[in-house]
Design a protein around this ligand. Sequence first.
Ligand SMILES: [Zn+2]
Length: 74
Amino acid sequence: MICPICKCGHVRPGFASLTLERATTTLLFRQVPAMVCDNCGEEFIEESAAAQAFNSAEAAVGAEVSMESRHYGQ
Ligand SMILES: [Zn+2]
């Protein structure tokens, strides 16, 4: 597939980093499956991979909250 950004590179399967920001938390996901241009380096993260990362981010934030509430409840 030809890169839609630079129009001369080839987009190949690879990995990218994805950053998700919440109000007080920044989560960095590494090795997210993505298509990467071998010319300009543009990363195209698949929607399903992004959604999966977002779901685990929600879980992480939820776990933190429940840990805190346990802590304050003791
Ligand atoms: Zn490109």
